[in-house]
Design a binder for this molecule. Structure first.
Ligand code: COD
Length: 300
């Protein structure tokens, strides 16, 4: 099975018990709007931690119905993050979501050695895009957490992503490892890593997926473009997952898809004890809602 649209996630969520989601530093309009909509739609049971008065004011100003909502008053953002993370590490909830705080502040708390949400695995970010010009959803990793992944990190990022896609119903996802060119160039490290990952996949060192690379972006997503260059590949033109060489390339692709191609997106952090919804401030309320849906679909 492959997913064609983000609304397909609803079918996956429909068969699962409702998840408890903790929103840290909840005084953020788009996050609150998305969380309350997901609550209404019976996808999650929210717990809000943050400045109670601001939360209530935002709800009142935007006409959000907040009666019966669980709000824990903690006006200090660092304390709110810590309380939220501790609630998850002590198994009182199922999903963590970032509210009005910086990405790295939340990630540092998640990585806290004493009370964080580490598992011993590398944590990585994955985004699922619905782009009008592509025939199915396309996943992109890592555009937000690992800054300059080594080959070892890339193996973990692929493994995290493939396990996640399996949970969504994919049997053998097709993984394109991106470079600037499709030939191995000893001066371009991304192409060397790509070739090694492909070989490791052929030798069953990385399982349950088909990896090919290096592939330039056009070859990865367009069969015509790959054929034009004479590339023979099971992945080219039918990629399920794009592996980025680093965070800059990933972040620029993410923003280009959203702002130029008007793509819809949902994203989460994988590899921690629980899924983490970590959308950026520029993401729309719809993207936050779809990310909540994705976190519920990804939860066991
Ligand atoms: N998975 C598991 N453990 C990790 C990871 C990871 N991805 N990254 C770091 N750690 C562990 C390290 O092993 C170490 O034990 C500890 O955490 C601290 O590691 P540092 O010193 O390398 O990392 P930090 O704390 O300086 O930074 C970690 C961040 C995740 C905050 C950092 O990598 C970061 O800022 N990433 C980019 C976040 C960002 O700005 N995204 C915005 C794009 S929208």
């Amino acid at each position: 099975m492959v997913l064609k649209s983000l609304t397909d996630l609803r079918n996956i969520v429909a068969g699962k018990p409702k998840k408890k989601l903790v929103l840290a530093a909840a005084q953020d309009q788009h996050s609150l709007g998305a969380v309350l909509r997901a609550w209404q739609d019976n996808i999650i049971e929210p717990i809000l931690i943050g400045d109670k008065e601001s939360i209530q004011n935002i709800c009142a100003e935007n006409g959000y119905n907040f009666s019966g909502l669980r709000i824990i008053h903690e006006p200090d953002n660092d304390m709110a993050i810590e309380m939220a993370v501790r609630m998850l590490s002590s198994k009182q909830a199922d999903v963590l979501m970032k509210g009005k705080v910086g990405t790295s502040a939340l990630l540092k708390a998640v990585l806290n050695k004493e009370w964080g949400l580490r598992t011993g695995n590398l944590l990585s970010h994955i985004a699922l895009f619905e782009v009008e010009t592509y025939h199915k959803l396309i996943a992109v990793t890592d555009v937000a957490m690992n800054i300059a992944p080594t080959l070892k990190d890339k193996i973990s990022i692929v493994n995290n992503s493939v396990a996640f896609l399996h949970r969504l119903g994919y049997e053998n996802p097709k993984v394109a490892v991106l470079g600037a060119v499709e030939m191995v160039n000893e001066n371009m490290e991304a192409t060397l890593d790509a070739a090694l990952l492909s070989k490791m996949n052929q030798r069953d060192q990385i399982k349950n997926c088909i990896i090919d690379g290096p592939l330039a972006f056009d070859n990865a997503i367009s069969l015509e473009s790959a054929q034009h260059k004479g590339i023979k590949s099971e992945v080219a033109g039918d990629t399920d997952l794009l592996l980025m060489p680093d965070i800059e390339v990933g972040n620029v692709l993410y923003k280009s898809l959203v702002f130029f191609a008007k793509a819809k997106v949902a994203s989460i952090i994988l590899g921690a004890q629980v899924p983490i919804v970590l959308t950026s401030r520029s993401d729309s309320e719809q993207a936050k809602y779809d990310s909540i849906l994705l976190s519920a679909a990804a939860s066991k």
